[in-house]
Design a binder for this molecule. Structure first.
Ligand SMILES: NC(=O)c1ccc[n+]([C@@H]2O[C@H](COP(=O)([O-])OP(=O)(O)OC[C@H]3O[C@@H](n4cnc5c(N)ncnc54)[C@H](O)[C@@H]3O)[C@@H](O)[C@H]2O)c1
Length: 342
């Protein structure tokens, strides 16, 4: 049985506590939050779990093998580093850290100590995204042409990170998981509409070797909630609508065929293919449960988590480089995934 401590009982922390409390193979030994009212709330729901306003109590608690961190992004590095150095396995909320240099330090600390360092990229563990990955890997879509995503709503404004780090991080982690190749450059634009606060709207364009292109549009200031991704391929195309209650993933047998029999390019004929649409059956297990079980298994077997390590470094680098590009009004910036500290 893996003893777990959870730091941060705000919006997302309660989901981690519930899942670790319910999962076979783990039990929650203690929860820490700096705000006494959050602790009071947690105590009412879990009277048997120890509650504290000082996270350091968890670091020295011998019943705790692993620590889950659900605090604001700016605190991730310090808390995760202290947890690792106290000999605990760590599950950190997305994104792992605020800079790639911090991410490298955490990844290397975990590797040196042979401890699991996993990042909660919840979408990667959904039935929908796992099905898309299966379809892409099985070459169902043919050559991938584009990934096009809109993730907007009247969202909670974060004060320590811009909308790229809060919302585009989901798409960047999904792309890293499902796409066969990695981006080589990014251009991002965005704007803040609240003085002194980070950008609340952003548009990212990611370029890959070849003709694959990705676009991500994120916004905390939209009147409606949209969570829709299009994946276009040479053979089939996918529409993934996370707000659909049941048929979240639809696969369209649509596309074009180019007949190059004519003598000149002006006479090239494009014919359209409009075949069937099908919605594959999806695993409806709560993503966080799948994820928590994966984390426990990685600890028990000494395995590498799906979301962590090099993949996480790529994700943080993309977010960091996009933010840099945004500060320079969309200048195209090359992406470098080498693990070199700057
Ligand atoms: N995986 C997802 O889908 C998902 C969804 C929402 C948020 N998140 C992530 O979860 C993290 C937290 O976001 P949130 O929306 O829950 O924020 P939040 O502000 O609602 O909650 C954070 C909590 O952490 C506590 N806290 C801060 N510093 C602390 C410290 N040093 N020790 C103990 N407690 C401390 C705060 O008091 C607060 O209760 C962020 O990294 C965010 O990106 C992930």
């Amino acid at each position: 049985m893996i003893g777990v401590g959870v730091i941060g009982y705000g919006y997302w922390g309660p989901n981690l506590v519930r899942n670790f409390a319910e999962a076979p193979g783990s039990s929650v030994a203690a929860v820490a939050d700096v705000h006494p009212e959050r602790i009071a709330l947690a105590r009412r729901r879990y009277p048997m779990i120890e509650m504290t306003t000082d996270y350091r109590d968890l670091l020295v608690d011998a019943r705790i093998d692993a620590i889950a961190i659900a605090t604001p992004v700016s605190t991730h590095f310090e808390l995760a580093m202290q947890a690792l150095q106290s000999g605990k396995h760590v599950l950190v909320e997305k994104p792992l850290a605020a800079t790639s240099e911090q991410a490298i330090q955490l990844i290397e600390e975990a590797e040196r100590r042979n401890q699991v360092l996993m990042v909660d990229h919840t979408f990667v563990y959904t039935g929908a995204v796992r099905k898309i990955q299966e379809l892409v890997t099985g070459n169902e879509l043919g050559d991938i042409y584009y990934y096009d995503s809109v993730r907007v709503n009247l969202g909670l404004f974060q004060h320590d990170v811009n909308v790229i780090w809060d919302l585009a991080v989901h798409d960047v982690s999904i792309m890293d998981f499902v796409l066969p190749s990695r981006p080589c450059a990014v251009s991002a634009t965005g704007m803040s509409h609240v003085a002194g606060e980070p950008e609340n709207i952003a548009y990212l364009t990611l370029f890959f070797e070849g003709s694959l292109i990705a676009h991500i549009h994120v916004n905390w200031l939209a009147p409606v909630k949209v969570r829709r991704t299009l994946l276009g391929g040479s053979r089939k195309m996918i529409v993934y609508d996370d707000l659909e209650p049941s048929e979240k993933v639809k696969v369209y047998d649509k596309g074009i065929t180019i007949n190059e029999s004519s003598e000149s390019v002006y006479q090239m004929l494009i014919s359209y293919r409009t075949g069937d649409m099908w919605a594959p059956q999806l695993d409806i297990t709560e993503a966080l449960r799948t994820e928590v079980l994966h984390f426990i298994q990685c600890i028990e077997k000494g395995a590498r988590p799906i979301t962590g390590g090099e993949a996480e470094l790529r994700i943080v680098r993309i977010l960091e480089t996009a933010t840099q590009s945004m500060a320079e009004r969309g200048r195209l910036v090359e992406l470098d995934f080498e693990r070199v500290t700057t």
